[in-house]
Ligand binder design. Structure first.
Ligand SMILES: Nc1ncnc2c1ncn2[C@@H]1O[C@H](COP(=O)(O)OP(=O)(O)OP(=O)(O)O)[C@@H](O)[C@H]1O
Ligand SMILES: [Mg+2]
Length: 1044
């Protein structure tokens, strides 16, 4: 089920159109119920009823603004923001000028409502720096105008004493550009007089409370209000209002609007002058002619005023106390009576103040007015003084109530009469709703053919004595039988005795009640007379602002023509205003005052009832209920909603009416909801309109999505195509470039090859013209040169000639490596040969022996190493020289090779005996050293082999052939020699020399020896080092030899 919209879901009924049953009682109790639940706003269709809560409610926060911004009028709780939003969005989206008409009696909350509307609009429109400045200026005009134009009355502590209509101008985006304020007739009589318990205009109290001491001194004012005649004797303080703070706020506001410091000061000076005028006291003076005359009693005040405005005291004194009348080009100066003097003084004060107020509005307009010439939309907000009925009602109340009467007329015309007329015109079936049409009262007041205002003007301009009585008589004559006019005379004519109506008063039956006006003062206030002398005096002042307020004081511009009367001016400006309002789409806020005591939560039934009645709310509901909430000519309606139906979207070619019918029939709307007039379509309930709007909103979103989609698609496609084109272009360029580079490369290569080929061909061609083999020769030359260099280098760098030095410089070029190696070897061999050549025969033989020893023993016997440096001496015993060995010498004569002392091992027991060993070229001889007799002589050819050990001992075994019988041996001979290497080597050499056979040398640890036809196994064992000579131990057929 569809949920109720908030207008239905709140306390009571949010829209009185839905009230059931509808009666005055139910309407009142609905308003009361809602008021007591702090629901102060209620709708009648799109009219907002606002009941003053007289307390701050938490419904004006920024979040609330957010909620109502862009929300639908019918989708949210009734609120003043909803009407502001409706007006603003219609202005922005439908391009319609709007006006917001706020009506209600004094204290009902009109000014507050207008401020709420302005603040809402300021909050929802955009927030650029320029816009913020404009918004600030528009909003700040309120405190300034309220300070100068509002006052406390019995009905309202902040009662507007002037009418204000403010046009806010917007550009096509809905951003405020500026504004224009029109003001209507300020209640200036309040400057000089006010009822007890009321106050003068706020600014006076604010100035006295808030100004600093030096400022007050400069303005020549006293802080205490009771010192100033125009402010009365009562305590001026108001609960909840801080005049000093407000004064500061006013000054700040003026600064924001754009007032210069000098302008503010001049404004305050003129304000002070008004106050000071009230302090001027006049007294009667004696005149010789006996006529009344007056003079200034307190000259100090006059002096102060003149100082403030820069004027000679005498001029002001004369202007205040006398009057100059020009007749037939003659000036007649007449003295004024005290009463006339005071009248003049007060008129001057009132005039200065009201002109100052007009200047203020003009000055504000200068700041906020729109300078750019673009097309603009306008939202007008009208906040005018409310309908008032006081104890004593004067010309001001008459004017104020006339203004309210006109506003009521607009309301009636637009909402009741015009609407019903329209149904007739459009041919819609309609049962008329009766209502009170206040045109008759408006006519009574303003009719050009004899309304009260016209009669008043006539009376004012009439020569002769004019008084309240003559004016009243004129009224009685004209309206004696008018049903909305009463006076003592008309009543008595109707045979009614009405003591509540004094003889100087007349009564008008206004739409909002009967008001008794005191005719006294009407004519004076209407003519608004200011003695010309006073205007001229003001014009003579040096104070620029004050002087500018009185252009009529300029004697050159002086005219004898009467200026237009106040009533005439007001009527004209009200008519202009009405025309202005009629040209705009009206939005109504109807303010209701719930009680007379300005108390929160109090709902005075009777008071509200009377307002409900005179505001015509019940009739309003009736017309609204029976009628249609919404109407629109076919063409704009078709334009707005045609996107909802496939019949009318995207194109409709038929008439607008058929189009609207076609599209609405597509919408599934119950037929009773719609009516088709001659030129307009009518929709009965807001809900249907809301539904249509909602559908439109969704459809617009859909269409926007479609447009976005299409656009995005198009954009992507174009971008893709652009990218593709670019890519192709880039690749083409790149490929071209690559190919060009490759071609260049190939071209270079081809040229190179060509060059080579051509060179080669040319060389081949021309080679015959050159000497053949030049290259080879050159190469050969270079080669030789290198060799020469190499050899010369070698020559100069030959290594030392010592045989042991094997160093050789490296080859300077690689191709010389082999040659260098070869040279190194040759050089070395040459060096050796040279060394060898210089050797003696003995030395050569010795070296031969050493070489032979090396061949036999190197690496085989430990004894060899130590033997190398020892020279082989051959004869160790001095055999040749010692005569003791003569016999032996004879034996070995000429053939001795070696003589040494050895030890012979006895094979039987292993003992050793020293023996002389002689080696000749034929024999090995063992001899007894003492006897020097050969004992054993062994032919070399008998030596079968020689055995030695691996160790460094001197053991050697001479193995003899078997058939050996000579020499006296019993078998193989075992000897120990200290020169075993030399002994064996020399035996080998001799054998080689003599037999051509090398020695059979055995190097072993074990061997066998022949002894007496049997063999002995000899085992050589290495003993600890340091022991001297081998030790032989014989055990049976084994012999163990321990060597070191
Ligand atoms: N919406 C509101 N919320 C709270 N207080 C309000 C509201 N409206 C009005 N008031 C109170 O009511 C007082 C009178 O309101 P306001 O001055 O707007 O009346 P008015 O209709 O302009 O009267 P006048 O015709 O005398 O100028 C305000 O000073 C304020 O205290
Ligand atoms: Mg007001």
């Amino acid at each position: 089920m569809e949920a109720n919209p908030p207008v239905l879901a709140t306390v009571g009924v949010g829209d009185l159109v839905l009230l059931d049953p509808l009666s005055e009682e139910s309407l009142l109790s609905n308003l009361q119920e809602r008021f007591l639940h702090k629901e102060i706003y209620t709708y009648i269709g799109n009219v907002v009823i606002s009941v003053n809560p007289y307390c701050q409610l938490p419904i004006y926060s920024a979040e609330m603004v957010e909620q109502y911004c862009n929300g639908n009028f019918y989708a949210m709780k009734p609120h003043i923001y909803a009407i502001a939003e409706d007006a603003y969005s219609s202005l922005r989206d439908r391009n319609q000028d709007q006006c917001i008409l706020i009506t209600g009696e004094s204290g009902a909350g009109k000014t507050e409502a207008s401020k709420l509307v302005m603040s809402y609009v300021a909050a929802v429109c955009s927030k650029g720096a320029d816009v913020t400045k404009v918004k600030e200026q528009l909003l700040q005009s309120n405190p300034v105008l309220e300070a100068f134009g509002n006052a406390k009355t019995i009905r309202n502590n902040n009662s507007s004493r002037f009418g204000k209509y403010m046009d806010v101008e917007f550009d096509f985006k809905g951003e405020p550009l500026g504004g224009l304020i029109s003001n209507y007739l300020l209640e200036k009589s309040r400057v000089v007089w006010h009822v007890k318990n009321e106050r003068n205009f706020h600014i006076f109290y604010q100035l006295l409370a808030g100004a600093s001491d030096p400022l007050l001194k400069r303005l020549k004012l006293q802080r205490d209000c009771r010192h100033h005649g125009y402010l009365g004797d009562e305590d001026p303080r108001l609960p909840g209002i801080d005049d000093a703070t407000n004064f500061q706020a006013v000054q700040d506001a003026m600064r924001i609007i754009g007032f210069s410091e000098a302008e503010v000061m001049q404004l305050l000076e003129v304000t002070a002058v008004v106050l000071k005028l009230g302090d001027l006291q006049l007294s009667g003076q004696f005149q010789a002619s006996g006529m009344d005359a007056c003079g200034i009693q307190n000259m100090q005040v006059l002096q102060d005023i003149c100082e403030l405005i820069g004027l000679q005291e005498s001029i002001l004194e004369q202007a205040l106390c006398s009057r100059t009348v020009e007749a037939k080009q003659e000036k007649v100066v007449t003295a004024l009576s005290v009463a006339q003097g005071y009248f003049g003084r007060d008129a001057l004060a009132k005039n200065i103040y009201s002109r100052l107020f007009d200047w203020l509005v003009t000055r504000i307009n200068e700041s906020i007015q729109v300078t750019v010439g673009e097309r603009r939309k306008v939202m007008g907000v009208l906040d005018i003084y409310g309908f008032e009925i006081f104890q004593d009602n004067s010309f001001e109340q008459f004017i104020i109530n006339y203004c309210n009467e006109k506003l009521q007329q607009i309301f009636i015309l637009m909402t009741l009469k015009e609407e019903q007329d329209e149904y007739f015109r459009e041919g819609i079936e309609w049962t008329p709703v009766t209502f009170f049409d206040n045109s008759i009262i408006c006519d009574l007041i303003e009719s050009g053919k004899g309304g009260i205002l016209v009669l008043l003007d006539e009376e004012c301009l009439r020569p002769g004595t004019v008084s309240a009585a003559t004016f009243l008589a004129k009224l009685d004559q004209a309206f004696g039988s008018h049903e909305h006019y009463e006076s003592r005379k008309s009543q008595s004519d109707r045979h009614i005795t009405d003591t509540s109506l004094p003889s100087t008063c007349f009564r008008v039956h206004h739409y909002a009640g009967k008001v008794t006006y005191n005719a006294t003062g009407f004519t004076e206030k209407n003519t608004d007379r200011l003695y010309r002398g006073l205007a001229q005096a003001m014009w003579q002042a040096k104070h620029t602002l004050l002087r500018s307020l009185f252009p009529d004081g300029d004697p050159k511009k002086a005219s004898l023509k009467m200026p237009p009367t106040a009533g005439f001016q007001f009527k004209a400006s009200i008519n202009t205003l009405m025309k202005n309002l009629y040209s705009k789409n009206p939005n109504y806020i109807r303010c209701i005052k719930p009680n007379e005591s300005q108390a929160p939560g109090q709902f005075t039934d009777e008071l509200v009832r009377s307002q409900v009645r005179y505001l015509g709310l019940l009739e309003n509901v009736r017309v609204r209920r029976a009628g249609y909430a919404y109407r629109q000519p076919y063409q704009p309606c078709l334009e707005r909603y045609r996107l909802l139906s496939t019949h009318t979207w995207p194109r409709w070619t038929g008439t607008a009416r058929d189009g609207v019918q076609a599209l609405l029939s597509d919408m599934d709307i119950p037929p009773e909801e719609l009516a088709y007039g001659h030129t307009k379509v009518f929709i009965r309930t807001p809900r249907t309109l809301f539904d249509l709007e909602e559908r439109r909103r969704r459809r617009v979103e859909e269409l926007a999505t479609l447009i976005q989609k299409t656009y995005r698609g198009w954009r992507c496609r174009t971008q893709y195509q652009l990218m593709r084109k670019s890519q192709i272009l880039i690749s083409a360029w790149f490929r071209g470039h690559a190919q060009k580079k490759r071609y260049q490369h190939m071209k270079r290569a081809a040229l190179l090859i060509q060059a080579y080929v051509r060179g080669w061909k040319t060389r081949k061609e021309y080679t015959k013209y050159f000497r053949s083999g030049a290259t080879t020769r050159l190469a050969y030359f270079i080669y030789r040169r290198l060799l020469q260099k190499f050899f010369l280098g070698l020559k100069n760098n030959l290594p030392p000639l010592t045989v042991s030095d094997r160093s050789w410089p490296p080859a300077p070029y690689r191709f010389l490596t082999n040659a260098n190696e070869e040279l190194k070897t040759i050089f070395y061999h040459w060096k050796c040969k040279k060394y060898r050549d210089q050797l003696s025969l003995e030395k050569r033989a010795a070296l031969q022996t050493k070489l032979c020893a090396s061949e036999l023993f190197k690496g085989k016997k430990a004894r060899y190493g130590p033997s190398v440096p020892e020279p082989f001496q051959g004869d160790y015993v001095g055999l040749q020289k010692n005569p003791k060995y003569q016999k032996l010498q004879a034996t070995a004569r000429g053939k001795l090779v070696l003589a040494d002392t050895v030890r012979k091992v006895n094979q039987a027991n292993g003992k050793m005996t020293p023996q002389l060993l002689l080696l000749t070229k034929e024999h090995v001889i063992l001899a007894d050293p003492k006897a020097a007799q050969p004992k054993v002589v062994i032919s070399l050819s008998d030596i079968h082999a020689i055995s030695v050990t691996r160790f460094s001992d001197g053991l050697l075994v001479l193995h003899l052939k078997e058939q050996m019988g000579t020499g006296g041996t019993k078998g193989d001979v075992l000897l120990v020699s200290d020169h075993v290497i030399e002994v064996v080597t020399r035996v080998h050499q001799v054998l080689l020399e003599t037999t051509g056979q090398p020695l059979n040398l055995q190097i072993a640890d074990q061997f066998s020896m022949q002894f007496k036809k049997s063999s002995i196994a000899v085992t050589v064992v290495q003993g600890p080092k340091g022991r001297l000579g081998p030790v032989c131990k014989k055990k049976g057929k084994k012999m163990e030899v321990l060597v070191c």
